[in-house]
Write a protein that binds this ligand. Structure first.
Ligand code: ATP
Ligand code: MG
Length: 568
């Protein structure tokens, strides 16, 4: 297959939709939904589902609803609803006026429940949660019928109505479907449809004290909204017979549930429960901590909606679970930023360099390329003077083999400026180098020698007198293990695998003066260091704080590591 053909080859969900359109199923309509539960912030896994559902709607000239699955008031909050809407919009999708809530349908769902009772297909059960679990049996043992299973329709109607009226305590009884306690599928063993729960609901407040279970509510919501393809993740495959059972019993419009593999990423947890634990236990600064895989965290980190959409398109959808290397996500971002980001110079761990033969009090403005990938982006001026800062790591007094950067006697190129040769280093009482002295070659202005002599390294720098101080934060993966859930000791949880070095705050970085005007969300490539964005929370006008979005592919760390291993 050529690349073009490969691109055109469709995933299995789009194939199903094509076949449905061909056979004029659902009057050849395509209508999907994205159904988040408002119990946390959206993460990159949700982005996969959003891109899929909204993407399909767009491709097939259909619609995609945003539906909040708000059936569990204990865990749900308006804050989450608002953040979800913001994140879906930010990703670039529009639900127009189709914003729905499962709670919009509570009355209708209640009627469906009454209908099931009337058909003898549901009953009020007085077993407690523990007993229900015991009666359910296991994968190898059949379940046992509840002693309440044979209640009359009349009695069930009366009890269920009284459940709604609040005549019973929380947990005193539940409404269950009457299906088959011997079904090989545990989900079909008389699942719970309604429970009593006195909790303030973020939309219906105290109107209800009974709430439908997800499995019961979901299919009905899909049907009410006339969803054609109800796309969900694989763990719901075993729930599909139940989804179908409800809709068949009610004999109403029947959407098709289709399951796909959820996104898993290395070094990342993608479960709202675990992400909430990180926030609550203050392992991170909040849902939008730049280390979090939430969309708000990724946004603050400098990820763009384009890069995330591209990533989702790239990984595609499949029917089997797999784990994607987080480098794939980072690469889709690098690819985009490489084309878009302005280049600038910043020195994160500064070392002072005095150029002894550069005239005192002189300074000049040199041209720095804005983006070598795109000459149309032009150049900008950077000031140069006789005292500059370079990275500490770019100097070694006693260089190991293959260290081509600055060391006594060695000549290097200062990016966009001159060749300099190191003469000597000055140390403090502890023997630490605090200043390096060099001489420059005025003939090499712009960075090339007229006599054709070469240097082996080009390093970045900023003019000491012109640079400004700023905070820069470097981020590493939040976990030290590819699979954070892998723990050695029983009783440990994923938090034992947190990376203690996932955040490094550098407080006296020296940045080229033009960066002072950078605004919240702006992204730059700091030459040789990576991509950095202006933090949207902690920056103010003229005082930008930078987050490292992602390192460059051949990052310094890797070179260092290689050097270290070569040394050994
Ligand atoms: P979590 O497991 O993170 O708590 P969830 O499935 O409970 O997520 P929902 O709010 O119910 O969260 O998810 C909304 C939609 O997003 C669902 O259709 C769900 O299948 C999908 N989704 C959630 N996580 C992922 C993921 N990792 N990959 C792909 N889709 C996902
Ligand atoms: Mg869920």
């Amino acid at each position: 297959m050529t690349e073009k053909e490969l691109k055109r080859s469709k995933d299995f969900i789009r194939e199903i939709i094509d076949a449905d359109l061909n056979s004029k199923k659902n009057d050849a309509r395509v209508h999907t939904r994205f159904p988040p539960e408002p119990n946390g912030y959206l993460h990159i896994g949700h982005a996969k589902s959003i891109c899929l559902n909204f993407g399909i709607a767009k491709e097939y000239n259909g619609f995609c609803n945003l539906r909040f699955d708000d059936t569990n008031p204990c865990k749900e909050e308006t804050e989450y609803v608002e953040s979800i809407k913001e994140d879906v919009r930010w990703l670039g999708f529009d639900w127009q006026q189709r914003e729905f809530y499962a709670s919009d349908y509570f009355e209708k769902l209640y009627e469906y429940a009454l209908e099931l009772i009337n058909k003898g297909k549901a009953y009020v059960c007085g077993l407690n949660a523990q007993q229900i679990r015991e009666f359910r049996g296991t994968l190898t043992e059949p379940g046992k019928n509840s002693p309440f299973r044979e209640r009359s329709v009349k009695e069930n109607l009366d009890l269920f109505k009284r459940m709604r009226k609040g005549e019973f305590e929380d947990g005193a009884c539940v409404l269950r479907a009457k299906i088959d306690m011997n079904s090989p599928n545990l989900n079909m063993r008389d699942p719970v449809l309604y429970r009593i729960m006195r909790a303030n609901h973020h939309r219906t407040q105290n109107k209800w004290c009974i709430y439908p279970m997800y499995d019961f509510a979901h299919g009905f919501c899909d049907s009410i909204e006339r969803i054609t393809h109800s796309i969900c993740t694989l763990e719901f495959e075993n729930h599909r017979p139940l989804y179908d059972w409800f809709l068949n019993e009610a004999a109403i419009f029947h959407p098709q549930q289709i399951e796909f593999a959820r996104l898993n990423l290395t070094y990342t947890v993608l479960s709202k429960r675990k992400l909430l634990a990180l926030v609550e236990k203050k392992h991170v600064s909040g849902w939008d901590d730049p280390r979090m895989p939430t969309l708000s965290g990724l946004r603050r980190r400098g990820y763009t909606p384009q890069a995330i959409r591209k990533f989702c398109e790239h990984i595609g959808v499949a029917k089997f679970n797999s784990i994607i290397d987080i480098a794939v996500l980072e690469n889709s971002l690098r690819e985009e930023l490489n084309k878009k980001a302005l280049r600038a110079m910043a020195v994160l761990k500064p070392l002072k360099v005095v150029i002894d033969n550069y005239p005192q009090d002189k300074f000049e403005e040199l041209d720095a390329v804005n983006n070598p990938e795109d000459p149309s982006m032009g150049v900008h001026k950077v000031p140069f003077s006789g005292i500059i800062y370079i990275e500490k790591d770019d100097f070694r007094e006693d260089p190991p083999k293959k260290f081509y950067r600055l060391s006594p006697g060695m000549e290097v190129r200062l990016r966009y400026a001159y060749f300099i040769t190191c003469t000597h280093a000055v140390k403090d009482d502890n023997g630490e180098v605090i200043e390096v002295h060099c001489r420059y070659d005025p003939a090499t202005r712009g960075g090339d020698a007229p006599d054709g002599r070469k240097v082996k390294a080009t390093i970045h720098w900023v003019s000491a007198q012109h640079a400004f101080d700023s905070q820069v934060r470097l981020y590493e993966y939040l976990f030290i293990k590819e699979n954070p859930d892998e723990v050695e000791k029983e009783g440990d949880d994923f938090t034992v695998n947190l990376n203690p070095d996932s955040l490094q705050i550098l407080n006296s970085c020296k940045l080229e003066p033009g960066l002072k005007l950078a605004k919240s969300g702006d992204i730059f490539q700091f030459e040789r260091l990576g991509y950095f964005c202006v933090d949207s929370k902690d920056s103010s006008a003229g005082r930008p704080v930078f987050n490292r979005t992602v390192s460059l592919r051949d990052s310094w760390a890797k070179i260092e590591k290689k050097e270290k291993s070569e040394k050994q």
